[in-house]
Design a binder for this molecule. Structure first.
Ligand SMILES: Cc1c(C=O)c(-c2nnc3c4c(C[n+]5cc6c(C)n(C)c(C)c6c(Cl)n5)n(C)c(C)c4cnn23)c(C)n1C
Length: 327
């Protein structure tokens, strides 16, 4: 068995990627943000204060004949941008790309931070990181993919994200036609609950490869490519008009600049992010914001959407490995 669901950018900047998910009986369809950097499936619901839920599609468990309240369960999560949400827990049937999981934990939001209230593109998140990262207490719940994996043809899913165009999340199979190059696999370290791997070197534009070990995660829920300062400073050193803009909290440059590409090692191969994807978005007038920014020394780097857009990424739970193929 397999599943295949389209995704699309939420806005003109590719800030996040949205996929429609069916929950309950009869199906309630919600636009959700698939996040390989977290492990909770949570939704705006009939329990979310109506002032916060305005403009969002909500899940109403009482209208689903297959919903069940998980007695005494609660959840609470904070994301890298300090947004947060919390609430209680139901189980229900959740269908993604035609594949149904019964008894899936659906975390209902009774509280959401302002970033979520304002972001009416999504009605919640589908966490696709490892089960160990789930925040439900007293009993951790499994992700949709973890529940699905034993019934899928292969315990894998792929992310195909594109700039201002549709892409896909495929479950149980790998469509290699989505890639232009071979898939190179690297092992993941599972201790932090992420799809975490090590990249041994990088290159800027046509420059030579620099040995530099990056411990990072493949994270579809993060917009940008967040790497350590050594790499980021070296990159923008190659961009004549680049400067660090305190008000924007990141590097900006003249929008008309021709940005160099950025390549990172995946095992014995490299993935190249074209400069066009690093020219992320205009901030004002002729100044643009970079898609490569600092990870602020949080101790881990984040290969977010700017990097993932350059590749087909294979999340292989069966073999505890990550695959990257140039697109
Ligand atoms: C350590 C870390 C991150 C790790 O994850 C991170 C980050 N980067 N994108 C996102 C997130 C997103 C993606 N996202 C980013 C957006 C931006 C930059 N803007 C202007 C809009 C309108 C956005 C929307 Cl709608 N969506 N979402 C939906 C959530 C819950 C995020 C949480 N953190 N996050 C930041 C900014 N930092 C410092």
């Amino acid at each position: 068995q397999t599943g295949s669901a389209p995704n699309h950018p939420s806005d003109s900047e590719d800030d996040e990627y949205i996929t429609n998910v069916s929950i309950g009986t009869p199906a309630q369809v919600l636009p959700l943000d698939f996040d390989t950097g977290s492990s909770d499936l949570w939704v705006f619901s009939s329990e979310t204060p109506s002032s916060s839920a305005r403009g969002h599609t909500i899940y109403t468990p009482s209208k689903s004949s297959t919903s069940k309240k998980v007695s005494g369960a609660s959840w609470s999560i904070t994301y890298g941008d300090n947004s947060s949400s919390s609430g209680d827990v139901y189980t229900d049937t959740v269908t993604i790309g035609g594949f149904s999981v019964t008894g899936q934990a659906v975390e209902s939001a009774t509280k959401v931070s302002t970033q979520f209230v304002q972001d009416t593109s999504n009605s919640g998140l589908v966490g696709l990181a490892l089960d160990s990262g789930n925040t439900v207490k007293p009993t951790k719940q499994k992700t949709w993919f973890s529940n699905a994996s034993s019934h899928l043809a292969q315990p894998v899913f792929t992310a195909d994200l594109n700039h201002q165009a549709d892409g896909s999340y495929n479950f149980g199979f790998i469509d290699t036609t989505l890639a232009s190059g071979p898939i190179t696999y690297v092992p993941i370290s599972t201790g932090n609950g992420f799809w975490e791997f090590t990249s041994a070197s990088y290159a800027i534009g046509g420059g030579s490869s620099k040995k530099h070990s990056t411990d990072g995660i493949a994270d579809t829920g993060t917009t940008l490519l967040l790497l350590d300062d050594t790499i980021v400073d070296a990159y923008y050193n190659q961009v004549e008009s680049a400067q660090y803009d305190d008000s924007q909290e990141g590097y900006t440059f003249d929008c008309s600049e021709d940005l160099p590409s950025f390549s990172f090692a995946v095992g014995s191969s490299t993935i190249t992010v074209p400069g066009s994807l690093i020219n992320f978005a205009p901030v004002d007038g002729n100044t643009c914001f970079g898609g490569l920014q600092s990870d602020d020394g949080i101790g881990i780097s984040i290969f977010g959407d700017v990097a993932i857009k350059a590749a087909l990424v294979v999340f292989d739970l069966g073999n505890k490995r990550l695959g990257w193929a140039q697109k």
